[in-house]
Design a protein around this ligand. Structure first.
Ligand code: 7RM
Length: 678
């Protein structure tokens, strides 16, 4: 049994409210700034007074800034001798060269020395009210057992272990165990299909997979082990699958499978940590780009951990004793940085949320806030928009007085959602931080905080670059736009420790995607507006990546799957605005000539195909069958035209003169009218 009941009972006794003055209102207090109290290392930066000045200093003298922070915040086995060695134009990014450390020691052992009984994890299980707490000592023990188990089964430094698990303590211990023994982890979101999982296992060259018998989410059981079985059929390199028990239902085991709970108990609770170089790989995480093949972004040890820890502390004003509630799944970068690495590096107490915002009812989040006494709540706008529809009573039923900061991530937060979050959830007491970042950036890059204590927060704006971040806006010719009140492509003018280093086995693609579009700069793929006051507002993707309920997906990836259907000649997938999901998926499909299937049946078939090959969230909400797609004479699909039709902005269709066959557009307009009136 993987749920030692002793853990349920022994929560460390500490007072979460200790640092939370009831009125931590950043908007009201004007303070004389004590740099050392705000950030101890700032005391060494002479003449730097105020957070804005500290931000300027972190960019203008980034070597001194990051050296001081890295020395102060991380435990090193061997000190680094060079702060950074980066050349963005060539995609060379190296931080803290010569340094050696172990990430799991930084997340666990050092806190066990000072406060072994502090709660590290609160697992908010799908079954409401059955939360389980793990102290730092217990999490270290569990991590060591997994580390020893992996080692005993031949996992070595430099290997990559794929983790296909729900958000739970054993998944966290598995991630940290990899870090402990020097293996990279590759967490695959447990909502991905067998094929999507198989592709990621193969690309990562994993020979070891960790999973559970079944997952439980929103009261529904998912057959994760069976999905792994199906996936590894096409992964000849997979040698072993560790299977832990999330439910009591046994699953069929093969010669390749290892019963993880039982085997773990045989292992020692001490596991020698590997000394890792700063730039050794910590993990791969796959994310969608504008082509069909997901990219395995590579994050390394020291820089990533430092950046996750620093942003966690300063963007959310996290203080010792606080309970941090990031509700993201560990299968996404948000779960990595703000449910696991950031909070644990800071010795914090972090919530692992296994459920959904509306299970068993729409009060789930706020019931959890009351029960676990959460001080910082970090979630996605799509969930907020969903909850608005159920009404304020689900929020007001519960005591939210422990809340101090509310965070938003994954997509733009519209004003209505922001206001509701601020007024209803936070009762106007808690700053709302709209945090912009990406899998590629490793941690938050633009957010309203830190800021001077009396600085304003504008609804729906990420606003201010974090320490060490220098955003620039570019015009289409690649010129840096220097004025305010202007929009452009969002790039970063200098490297920062948390950024991804490469794409696994494809450095060329890394360079082409991020470094070549604007030579010398890191291109984010997003557009942004800089206001008159100099604040940043993200306007959305500039490429064919869309964002469905905060999940990033490339339209090309969906098209590739749709096109695999034997009846389909070609397709074009676009995103359209959706009131809850942010964006929805709309597919235009051209069928082969002599296809004789009912459109409704075919729609169903295509939806099943997409959920089977990618995941449910990627399924089209609308499938419109057309006889031809609008194309340029050179054969390029004019997605701009399709987007305008779907957004019902016919006046905005613009210049159609480059279209090969303008009549195609009329047919598409008519078909869209029919489909949307259904
Ligand atoms: C953390 C995460 C990244 C993409 C990014 C944006 C969009 C994320 C915001 C946002 C507007 C935000 N990583 N995005 N945060 N857009 N405001 N605060 O989401 O790799 O999965 O997605 O998400 O387009 O490029 S991610």
């Amino acid at each position: 049994m993987w749920l030692p009941c002793r853990c349920t009972l022994r929560a460390a006794s500490f007072t979460p409210g200790f640092f939370s003055s009831p009125c931590l209102n950043v908007l009201r207090r004007k303070s004389s700034w004590n740099s050392a109290a705000f950030m101890p290392e700032a005391a060494a930066f002479q003449g730097v007074s105020g957070r804005d000045e500290l931000r300027d200093f972190s960019v203008s003298d980034s070597d001194r800034f990051w050296a001081a922070v890295a020395r102060q915040r991380l435990n090193w086995i061997r000190p680094f001798h060079r702060v950074q060695d980066c050349d963005l134009s060539r995609g060379r990014i190296e931080w803290f060269e010569g340094g050696k450390l172990n990430v799991s020691v930084n997340c666990l052992d050092r806190h066990v020395h000072t406060c072994p009984e502090r709660v590290a994890l609160i697992w908010e299980r799908d079954e409401r009210g059955s939360e389980v707490r793990y102290t730092y000592r217990e999490l270290l023990e569990m991590t060591c057992r997994v580390g020893n188990l992996l080692r005993r089964h031949g996992v070595k430094k430099g290997d990559c272990v794929t983790i296909y698990m729900p958000t739970c303590p054993l998944a966290v211990a598995s991630m940290l165990a990899c870090a402990r023994i020097g293996a990279a982890h590759n967490v695959v979101f447990a909502g991905f299909s067998a094929e999507a999982l198989a592709e990621r296992i193969r690309d990562a060259e994993s020979s070891t997979v960790i999973t559970v018998n079944q997952g439980v989410r929103g009261g529904k059981v998912t057959e994760l082990k069976k999905t792994v079985d199906a996936a590894v059929q096409s992964c000849p390199n997979v040698r072993q699958v560790f299977v832990a028990m999330r439910t009591d239902n046994p699953v069929a085991m093969t010669a390749r499978d290892i019963a993880m709970d039982e085997e773990m108990l045989k292992e020692d609770v001490v596991c020698e940590p590997e000394a890792m170089g700063s730039e050794d790989v910590l993990f791969l995480l796959y994310t969608s780009g504008s082509t069909g093949k997901p990219k395995g972004l590579v994050h390394t040890q020291a820089g990533y951990l430092l950046y996750a820890a620093l942003t966690h502390r300063y963007v959310f004003s996290y203080h010792d004793g606080d309970v941090f509630g990031c509700v993201a799944d560990i299968g996404w970068i948000t779960g990595h940085s703000y449910a696991v690495y950031g909070p644990l590096a800071n010795g914090g107490t972090t919530v692992l949320f296994e459920s959904t915002p509306i299970y068993p009812d729409p009060g789930r989040y706020w019931d959890m806030v009351e029960r676990l006494k959460i001080n910082q709540f970090y979630g996605a706008p799509t969930a907020i928009r969903l909850l608005i529809k159920y009404g304020d009573q689900w929020v007001k039923k519960y005591d939210r007085s422990t809340l101090k900061t509310l965070g938003s991530v994954g997509e733009p937060i519209n004003t209505e959602a922001w206001e509701w979050y601020y007024r209803v959830v936070g009762e106007g007491r808690c700053p709302v931080v709209d945090t912009w970042w990406q899998t590629e950036t490793g941690g938050i890059c633009i957010a309203p905080k830190p800021s001077e204590p009396d600085a304003e927060i504008v609804p729906g704006m990420a606003m201010r670059p974090f320490f060490g971040i220098k955003p620039v806006l570019m015009d289409t010719e690649g010129n840096v736009l220097t004025s305010n009140n202007i929009s452009g492509a969002l790039c970063m003018a200098q490297p920062w420790p948390g950024m991804a280093r490469t794409i696994h086995n494809n450095h060329q693609r890394f360079i082409e995607t991020y470094c070549q579009p604007y030579p010398g700069y890191f291109f984010t793929g997003d557009g942004a507006h800089r206001s008159q006051e100099g604040y940043y507002q993200i306007t959305g993707r500039l490429d064919d990546v869309i964002n469905v309920s905060g999940h990033r997906i490339g339209t090309a990836e969906i098209e590739d799957v749709v096109n695999q259907c034997p009846a389909v000649a070609e397709s074009a997938v676009i995103g359209y605005s959706h009131s809850i999901k942010g964006q929805g998926v709309y597919a235009f499909v051209v069928l082969k000539k002599d296809v004789n299937i009912q459109e409704a049946d075919l729609s169903k078939q295509l939806s099943n195909l997409v959920s089977g090959k990618i995941a449910k969230y990627a399924c089209p909400d609308f499938i419109q069958f057309v006889t031809r797609l609008p194309k340029t004479r050179s054969g390029k699909i004019m997605r701009r035209v399709l987007r305008k039709v779907v957004e019902c902005d016919l006046d905005g269709l613009g210049d159609l003169s480059t279209l090969d066959d303008p009549a195609a557009v009329q047919e598409i307009i008519q078909g869209h009218k029919k489909l949307s009136s259904k």
